[in-house]
Write a protein that binds this ligand. Structure first.
Ligand code: GTP
Ligand code: MG
Length: 475
């Protein structure tokens, strides 16, 4: 059996030859040098391993979970991430959103027509004397407005066609969770569109378009439902615009306390552009398009350029209404970051699914629950106090914040102090209920403002990088 001789190289690198005539002093020096070389080598190895881990973790990208009540803006934030990291793919997909945008528009129109016709009866009587201007009271529905409503009647068929296109179902049933949820007319609530989880509706529509294109159908000769819808909308564009501008319509909406322009999927101020037969959605249209998310969705975004090129982001988007929240927990132990959305404009609104609950109260309770969750103790939190623009419009229109939030006393009914107040409330709940100390990254946001949201996303990227470095014990 070979034995180790004194001249044999030891296991350190570079190999050290040990002289036979080595003195005790030289031996000590050599052993010291070897220990130092090993320390340096181990440090380099550790650094290589850390770099490898960071690289693999960052290449894999972060996993983000979007949480918040229904209509808080989760899917809108997801679209912002898609636009930020993969603008080309976003642009390519824009066309798929056209029927959703058209459906949002058409449902608003049908909603107004139903509302006007149903209120017509009592309209004259309901107007106070001083508001009975001849322009309003002497022009009851029987005249111009009634004719307008009659001309707009084909939009009911368009609504049905669009639902059919989006659900991929020949006979869509109302409230069917497997397809588009066509809610019955409800004068107290804005029309909404719910589409089941997954990308089925996008695929159904894009497949339909592709097969038409391969048959050489141009927009003009397109005899599909989609082509027919476009032609009807183009023909009725001016009438829709006239309906929205109509004095009686505006009066009925105001007296019914319905602010359509503050509600999701509002496109009535863009009618002329959106009803053109060759309309192609712009990114800001796609951001405003409203589809209720049903069931969790996993989205993968691959960065198209820049230093982040090819990096993959996984974003989980969930449904926010109460019935959907049980599905959130399955993602809790697999995410790096949670973006929680709370719409600041909800202070004077109630939940669609439970009209006894104020939206702001619901957001605060939800936030408290998420903050106190032990599984999430090590997860980084980003808070979006969203819909800043709608909050601003509401306060400017005279809605008193203190009438709904009684603890807001002796402060101005203005956007800045109100937003500051809400921020303080959310931050202190986080401090109070987090199982252990954790940094919070709060932002006042308007998720339909792509530019502002893009710069927030850049800051979130930094947070994620720091988090990954911390996880690999670098900092
Ligand atoms: N004006 C304005 N609209 C917003 C803002 N954020 C989101 N929206 C709109 O609000 C609507 C609802 O947003 P979504 O992103 O669909 O809400 P969600 O949280 O995904 O809702 P669920 O899927 O039902 O849980 C959409 O029409 C958005 O365009 C905002 O900051 N300002
Ligand atoms: Mg959604």
């Amino acid at each position: 059996m070979p034995t180790k001789t004194k001249t044999q190289a030891t296991l350190v690198w570079p190999p050290v030859l040990i002289r036979e005539d080595e003195t005790e002093e030289e031996r000590k020096l050599r052993v010291g040098d070897e220990a130092e070389a090993k320390r340096v080598s181990d440090t380099i190895d550790r650094q290589i391993e850390v770099d490898r881990q960071v690289k693999s973790k960052t290449a894999q990208g972060a996993k983000i979970l979007l949480l918040g009540q229904a209509e808080s803006g989760k899917s809108t934030v997801l679209k912002n991430f898609q636009l930020h990291f993969a603008p080309k793919a976003f642009e390519l997909e824009a066309e798929v959103w056209r029927p959703v945008i058209h459906l949002n528009l058409v449902r608003s129109v049908n909603f107004i027509v139903n509302l006007v016709l149903s209120r017509n009866q009592g309209l004259r009587d309901s107007l106070p004397n001083h508001q009975r201007k001849p322009s309003i009271t002497s022009r009851p529905i029987g005249n111009d407005l009634r004719k307008l409503c009659v001309r707009l009647a084909p939009l009911r068929q368009v609504e049905e066609n669009l639902i059919k296109i989006l659900s991929g179902d020949e006979n869509p049933r109302s409230g069917d969770s497997s397809g588009v949820n066509s809610q019955p007319y409800n004068p107290a609530k804005a029309p909404d569109v719910a589409i089941a989880a997954g990308k089925g509706w996008r695929q159904a529509f894009s497949l339909q378009r592709r097969s038409l294109e391969s048959l050489g159908s141009s927009t003009k000769s397109d005899r599909s439902d989609d082509g027919q819808n476009r032609r009807i909308l183009a023909a009725l564009g001016d009438d829709i615009a006239a309906l929205w501008k109509d004095e009686i319509v505006q009066h009925v909406l105001k007296s019914s306390e319905i602010a359509l322009e503050e509600q999701p999927g509002f496109f009535l101020d863009q009618v002329v552009r959106i009803t053109k037969e060759d309309y192609r959605p712009r990114p800001d249209d796609v951001l405003k398009a409203r589809v209720t998310t049903i069931g969790p969705e996993e989205h993968t975004i691959i960065a198209e350029s820049g230093s982040e090129k090819a990096k993959q982001w996984t974003i989980y988007d969930v449904g926010g209404s109460r019935g959907q929240r049980a599905a959130w927990a399955q993602f809790f132990d697999d995410v790096n970051i949670i973006i929680f959305l709370a719409p600041m404009s909800g202070f004077n609104q109630v939940l669609a699914e439970d009209e006894s609950v104020n939206r702001l109260t619901d957001s605060l309770r939800l936030w408290q629950l998420i903050c106190s969750n032990k599984i999430l103790a090590g997860v980084e939190f980003v808070l979006f106090l969203n819909k800043l623009d709608i909050l601003d419009a509401k306060l400017k229109s005279g809605v008193q914040f203190s009438s709904f939030v009684t603890s807001y006393t002796n402060k101005p009914n203005e956007t800045k102090p109100v937003a500051r107040y809400l921020l303080d409330v959310f931050v202190s709940l986080h401090q109070q209920y987090s199982p252990k100390r954790r940094k919070l990254h709060p932002h006042l946001t308007c998720a339909v403002d792509t530019k502002a949201t893009s710069s927030i996303i850049t800051r979130i990227q930094e947070v994620i990088l720091v988090k990954i470095l911390a996880q690999t014990n670098i900092i």
